[in-house]
Design a protein around this ligand. Structure first.
Ligand code: ADP
Ligand code: MG
Length: 368
């Protein structure tokens, strides 16, 4: 099994995208999460070397220093923690680290390690200098987490032999290795674990020009003939996220193949994105439904999260974790202690007239 397959085998857990879809398990075309079936398509587009990794200059430079210095000393580099929202390149960077060091990459994830024993087995199988990638490291169970601190610091794991009163713990020396941890929630990592990482790289959303380069590069890899304006159009609707940019590119390619000339031009890009209901700001149908409910049913708010979620027939958690972060980041919506409020931009984006005394402004005094 290849590392990509091993990784793909564990993730999953998303809603259906609809029957007949080639990438059938992604919630929506603008989701930053990837489904199990999509991982093969993603693997094909992953840059293999640091030099091909687009954008994130700061992290890239820092990481290349860490790697070069370690290689110069002939020692494995310190442990690396990568944090940031989904789809920004954490897994890609972990793979690049192993490639750059010319060592095998072992892959696991927090949720996959149910018991400390599982982790002990993984650790004791590591060979000198190998990279162990632990995705969603904030979801490791506590006993595994504690075993990991020790392994990271002292290169030792205590293997428990036997059960009950007769159980003994035998310390097992490990060869030096490098842990690369990835997390979307760095704040959830307990401090002792966080402190074991010599280097932390924080990935941030990409600028439109960077995504433009991601799209151009991916199109080359897919041997798709794309015009620059189409790449720019896809980039600007991708929510700062390479995973979404690559997915929209594949949908535009489908469209061009089936309904166009095969060439990915601006017309094909716009029409395809219209079919998938991704608008000029990268908002999808659910995003717009939430904004519309907020503006038309609740007069722009403030309204409570659960009331808002019910009004669009969605789970509270979906609205909070999938829909809102992008709307907040783009300034369409604000979260206040009294509830959610639509910004003037939300009204104008929907083509609606904001009420005179819009949320946040004080009504005029002294009217008779
Ligand atoms: N900086 C980048 N340059 C080019 N492609 C990228 C970059 N970052 C991410 N990608 C692409 O986006 C997709 C998702 O990246 P991934 O590393 O799986 O994200 P994460 O692990 O942070 O969720 C992959 O197909 C990858 O090729
Ligand atoms: Mg990942």
């Amino acid at each position: 099994m290849s590392p990509e397959e091993a990784h793909g085998a564990q993730g999953a857990g998303h809603d259906g995208f609809g029957p007949g879809s080639e990438e059938g398990d992604v919630r929506s075309v603008t989701s930053a999460e990837s489904g199990a079936l999509e991982r093969a398509a993603e693997a094909a587009l992953r840059p293999k070397q640091l030099a091909d990794f687009v954008g994130q200059e700061v992290v890239r430079e820092q990481l290349s220093l860490v790697l070069d210095a370690a290689q110069g000393r002939g020692r494995p580099p310190e442990h690396v923690l990568l944090s940031g929202p989904p789809g920004l390149g954490k897994t890609t960077l972990a793979m690049i680290i192993a490639t750059e060091l010319s060592v095998p990459l072992r892959i696991t994830s927090g949720p996959a390690v149910q018991h400390a024993g599982d982790l002990a087995a993984i650790l004791s199988a590591l060979e000198e200098g190998e990279v162990l990638f632990i995705d969603e490291i904030h979801r490791l169970a506590r006993p595994a987490e504690e075993m990991l601190y020790i392994a990271m610091e002292d290169f030792r794991v205590d293997v428990v032999v036997g059960k009950g009163v007769g159980a003994t713990s035998i310390p097992l020396e490990l060869p030096p290795f490098t842990v690369v941890g990835a997390t979307t929630r760095a704040g959830l990592l307990p401090a002792p674990l966080r402190d074991r990482f010599g280097f932390t790289g924080h990935l941030d959303y990409y600028r439109s020009e960077e995504l433009h380069r991601v799209v151009t590069r991916s199109a080359q890899q897919l041997e798709a003939d794309i015009v620059d304006e189409a790449a720019a159009e896809i980039a600007s609707r991708s929510r700062g996220t390479p995973r979404i940019a690559n997915r929209l590119l594949r949908r535009v390619r489908d469209y061009a193949q089936v309904r166009g000339s095969g060439r990915l031009d601006l017309e094909a890009a716009r029409s395809a994105l219209e079919v998938y209901e991704v608008d000029a700001q990268g908002l999808d149908r659910l995003d717009r439904a939430v904004l519309r409910a907020l503006c038309t049913r609740f007069a722009g708010g403030p309204v409570g999260l659960s009331t808002l979620a019910v009004s669009v027939g969605e789970e509270t958690e979906t609205v909070e974790t999938v829909v809102e972060p992008y709307l907040v980041r783009e300034g369409f919506l604000t979260r206040t202690p009294r509830g959610r409020i639509a910004s003037p931009m939300a009204w104008s984006h929907l083509g609606l007239q904001a009420p005179e005394a819009a949320a946040g402004t004080t009504p005029p005094l002294g009217r008779f």
